[in-house]
Design a protein around this ligand. Structure first.
Ligand SMILES: Cc1cc2nc3c(=O)[nH]c(=O)nc-3n(C[C@H](O)[C@H](O)[C@H](O)COP(=O)(O)OP(=O)(O)OC[C@H]3O[C@@H](n4cnc5c(N)ncnc54)[C@H](O)[C@@H]3O)c2cc1C
Length: 380
């Protein structure tokens, strides 16, 4: 089922080679900044936005190809992979799926060309509405050809580097989404927080922000249903990002275990360490299998990934990466525990996956709901 085509194998090997050559040296020195040099390099080689239509500068490839690209880059430089995942599979992707032609022409080419600060963020969370998205208070009200948006968002990633945010709002008839430019009048940044991985997450207010109706992405019951399905691709992006971090940690653990000697032999020759490596590989491969299955099945059906498969993959990958990174750090001994060490950084970065894009607990709720509704799925 997971046989890659020749093109996909070439994509992975070219990206791994490029990442090793160009990104490896300073892969863990970005200190919370977007690695713009790497983003520009990816764009130059046509590896940014590979899953977007060619008319906007993309590569016309699939979401699964985008996932493979995140994995190939992330095993070398997780920060570059994180940008790749958010831009290929989250904000701009929603504009591509739901936006007008004018929206696509405006927001997609600059991002795909790797232009600095041209990212598109996604603003869903609010101080009183985290997992309970339905409790959000941001409202969009009609005013002629425009909408007037009032509310507050929090924990939004990438704001300082983004031109706009796909923003979830309450229309009079229910939840939906629209594009808000960060330079629009009435946007007020309340605070840039710094998370455990030193990345910025922003709280901002929208005070009577005027938004043209062309900026509406999804609205009405059916529109919002589509939006929720699109969220499954975001979750698959998170899964792939987690898998890439685990791969990075495992590669480093194997290398270190082969070099570090104690008791007159490489620690990698102790069965205790061999078993750790075996367990890490088992966990990673199980996570990749869940991810690939969900993505390939989605492509076969011509739809977004199935809710059950997505949540199984998201839950597994978020827990898996935490375990694998912890064990890789353990294998590195005190070295891995020092500030500035790649494992110490991965340990902090990986922890976010159990919270972002739907917490572990919410994935479990989704899994249980799907099981109660449809039963245990057939593998055939
Ligand atoms: C690295 C990172 C990046 C993020 N980027 C963005 C972004 O770009 N845009 C954005 O809008 N948001 C972003 N978020 C926010 C993220 O979406 C929220 O953190 C997430 O939805 C959870 O909301 P909360 O933090 O308010 O926790 P809460 O919803 O308050 O949950 C607190 C705890 O209670 C649990 N809980 C809640 N409800 C239930 C339930 N029904 N059953 C069992 N347990 C439950 C949760 O699982 C969690 O453990 C990001 C978060 C992180 C960590």
């Amino acid at each position: 089922m997971f046989n890659l085509s020749n093109e996909q194998e070439m994509l992975v090997s070219s990206l791994e080679e490029l990442a090793e050559r160009e990104f490896a040296d300073d892969a863990f020195e970005w200190n919370g900044e977007v690695p713009w040099d790497n983003i520009a390099t990816l764009a130059e080689h046509g590896f940014l936005g590979i899953n977007f239509p060619m008319e906007y500068g993309g590569g016309g490839m699939t979401e699964f190809d985008a996932m493979l690209s995140v994995e190939a880059v992330g095993r070398v430089c997780p920060d570059t992979a994180e940008y790749l995942f958010t831009q290929q599979m989250v904000g701009p992707r929603e504009i591509e799926m739901f936006g007008t032609e004018a929206d696509k022409e405006r927001y997609l080419p600059p991002m795909i060309e790797g232009e600095k600060d041209s990212a598109v963020a996604v603003a869903i969370s609010e101080p009183e509405a985290g997992s309970d998205v339905g409790a959000m208070n941001t409202r969009a009200e009609e005013d002629g050809d425009d909408l007037i948006v009032n509310g507050e968002k929090i924990w939004v990633s990438n704001v300082p580097h983004s031109a706009a945010a796909v923003t979830w709002v309450k229309f009079p008839e229910g939840l939906g989404s629209l594009i808000i430019d960060f330079d629009a009048e009435g946007i007020e940044v309340a605070q840039h927080y710094t998370n455990m991985a030193e990345h910025t997450q922003t709280q901002f207010y929208m005070n009577d922000v005027r938004v043209p109706k062309e900026n509406v992405l999804t609205r009405g019951k059916e529109g919002f249903k589509q939006q929720l399905k699109a969220l499954n691709w975001e979750r698959m992006g998170s899964v792939t990002f987690a898998n890439s971090m685990a791969r990075c940690a495992l590669d480093k653990a194997i290398e270190y275990a082969g070099q570090r000697e104690q008791f007159d032999q490489p620690i990698g020759d102790f069965q205790g360490i061999e078993w750790k490596l075996a367990d890490m590989a088992k966990e990673l491969e199980a996570s990749r299998a869940l991810a690939y299955r969900a993505a390939i099945d989605a492509h076969n059906r011509g739809e977004a990934p199935d809710r059950l498969q997505t949540s199984l993959a998201k839950l597994y990958s978020s827990e898996m990466v935490e375990k694998v990174v912890t064990e890789a750090l353990q294998i590195h001994g005190a070295n891995g525990y020092q500030q500035g060490h790649p494992l110490e950084y991965l340990y902090r970065l990986a922890r976010g996956r159990r919270l972002a894009a739907g917490t572990d607990e919410i994935q479990k709720t989704q899994i249980a709901d799907a099981l109660k509704k449809d039963g245990v799925p057939s593998l055939l």
